[in-house]
Structures are given as C-alpha cells and as structure tokens.
Design a protein around this ligand. Structure first.
Ligand SMILES: [Zn+2]
Length: 220
C-alpha cells in the first residue's frame, strides 16, 4: 500500500509539473519569437553578413596584409620622427656650442674690462694714500720747521680754545635769561620783556585764543 501510494503520488506530481512547464514554455516561445521579429530584424541580418565576411579566407589574408602595411607605415613614421628629433638635438647642441663660443668672447671682453676697472680703482686708492702721506709730511715739516713757530702755534690754539669756551659760556647764560612765549613762539631777552608782551600785544592775545580753541578741539 505504501509503495503504490508513493508511486501514484509521484506520477501525479510529475504529470502536473510537466503540463504546467509545457504550457509555460509554449507561451514563452511565442512571446520571444514575436518580440525578436518586432525588435531586432536588422541587427540579425548585419551579424550574418559579418560572419560571412570573416569566413572568407582571401579577404582575411588581404586584411592581414593591409594591417601589416599600416604597421610598417606607423613604424617608418616613428623612425622618421626619431630621426628628425635626433637632428633637432644635434642642431640645438651645435647652436649651444656656437653660443658658448660667443659667450666665451663676451666673457673675455668683460673680464678684461673688470680687470681694468680694478686696476684703476687700485691706482686711485694708491694716489689717495700718497696724497695723505704728502699732507702729513707737510704738516710734520711745518711743525718741525722751528721750535719757536711750534710754540706760537700752540699758544694761538690755546687762545682760540679759551675764546670758544667763553663764547659757549655766554651763550648758556643768555639762554638761561631768555624767556619764551609759547603762544607766539617768540623769544624775549628777559622776564620783564615777556610780561610786557603778554600784557600789551594784541597779536599775543589772538594767538592765545587760537591756542585755547585748538586745545578745546583736541580735548573734545
Ligand atoms: Zn605771545
């Protein structure tokens, strides 16, 4: 009983599945054929034409030869380019050599000029040194001409120094006495003079007013 039921059930299952599968494939086939015919008839034709071309051995051989010729042309083109680049390189190196030769001439010219300038500068310096030595020797000669003259020179110098000191002292004293009006930017010989100026001068009063206004503006 158990074996029969199993076979029956199995058979029933297979039958059912086979029917369903068949119906599905039929539906799918019909759908696919329609869709292919509708969508891509031209593409299919072109693919077939290509296949025919590839299959033709003579054409294939011709294609190969063509490709070889193309490759050869490319190779010769590269060779020409490399040759021309080598030529350019040679030309540039030649130009560089020529320029270097020209530069050598220019460098030689300028180096000689520089040497000349250095020489003249050295000569000038030597001349200056010589002049200074001459001046010193003249001074020494004048000093050592006679002891009396030397004494006189020293006395004159000391007198002049004293006069200068006196002048400086007087100037300092005068500066201490001098009074300044800062409103008018003027100096006065004494305090009395300044007081009179502040009392009587109209210009001073005007200047003081201007100063006050300026101070107020700055304070604001
Ligand atoms: Zn004043």
């Amino acid at each position: 009983m158990s074996a029969f039921t199993f076979s029956f059930s199995f058979g029933a299952n297979t039958n059912n599945s086979a029917d369903s599968h068949a119906s599905q494939t039929q539906k799918n086939d019909s759908y696919q054929s329609v869709s292919l015919q509708q969508q891509k008839p031209q593409q299919k034709a072109s693919i077939f034409q290509n296949d025919n071309q590839d299959l033709n051995e003579e054409d294939e051989y011709a294609n190969l030869q063509n490709n070889n010729q193309k490759n050869q042309k490319v190779r010769t083109g590269y060779a020409n380019v490399t040759k021309s680049s080598e030529q350019i390189g040679r030309n540039t190196s030649n130009m560089a050599v020529k320029q270097h030769k020209k530069h050598q001439v220019v460098d030689a010219y300028f180096s000689s000029k520089i040497e000349e300038l250095e020489k003249t500068e050295k000569e000038k310096e030597m001349q200056k040194m010589f002049d200074n030595e001459q001046v010193v020797s003249r001074v020494l000669q004048s000093l050592s001409s006679s002891k009396e003259q030397e004494q006189q020179m020293i006395e004159n110098y000391s007198i002049k120094c004293k006069e200068y000191d006196n002048l400086v002292h007087m100037m300092n004293q005068a500066k201490k006495k001098v009074k300044v009006c800062y409103a008018c930017n003027r100096m006065f010989a004494s305090a009395e003079h300044l007081r009179r100026h502040e009392k009587e001068s109209q210009m001073h009063k005007d200047n003081e007013e201007k100063l006050k206004i300026a101070q107020n503006i700055l304070l604001l």
